[in-house]
Design a protein around this ligand. Sequence first.
Ligand SMILES: [Mn+2]
Length: 318
Amino acid sequence: MKFKKEFNTLKYIIEKSDKILLFAHSRPDSDTIGSNLALYYYLKEIGKDVEVACFDQMPEYIKIFIYHDLQHPDKINLEGFDSVIALDSVERGFEKIRDRFSENQVIVLIDHHPDVKSEGDLNIVDASYSSVSEIVFDFFEFHNLKINSKIATLLLMGILGDTGNLQHSNTTPKVMHTVAKLLNRGASVAKISKMIFSSNRFSTLKLWGRALEKAKINPENKMISTVITKKDLEECQATYEDIAEIASILNTVPDTNFSLVLSERDGGIIKGSLRSEKYKGMDVSEVAHKFGGGGHKLASGFEIKGKIVEDKEGWKIV
Ligand SMILES: [Mn+2]
């Protein structure tokens, strides 16, 4: 197992801390919530004073599964914590509060995103992990910590979320073993499948409809792409959260190499989300880098200045 030394250090840090802050990434997903809450319940169990902080609240589809009040970082006393553990959030929200901690507060970073440049006092960062929930599971297993069914369910939720229900190429044999172990510890598949299959809001489906209708395939590079304007979001009463899945859906079309979803954001920014599948043999992070972005081989993103203009012929970026 990787991170033996780090897992020992983390356990030591936890033992020495009375008050611990956990941190989830902005617009939280099931991995950041699953890993944060799994650790939260463990730390509570051993008598620690713990809070989970995040700049945003939990999305509806997770709320129907488990509810937890996430603390806005501006509304809690950050100086009061002995240590802080940022899970899945290193450069996705945590950088905004990082400088507000002092020298004698211990900072732990646990992440699986590539291109993570920040460093804490302890870094457990590895892009070969499917999810932070998988890393947290390894920590529990390494120290033989009790994984009850609640913790098992949360970690499984995180792993399923980040592997697209074990469909993405990050579903390694080790992930499958971890899933089996979590099921053995009582993770509730019924609960999770209910969450997965009842998670689509009406607004999400309407937005998907728009995006799929506008999709086009470039025969040269076999890119399948579409656009979402602010008007689309307003008319469907959808949010940015509803955009996430579209790039993956587009990828299911045979004979395409990768997908691109361009969506209008505030301040004249267009966000590009790139996705591909391992069998397609494409590295979308190369495309993202060309536009000053970054990410994984199979999931990347970038931001450009511009506007999406639509007319009878279709759409273009100006
Ligand atoms: Mn993650």
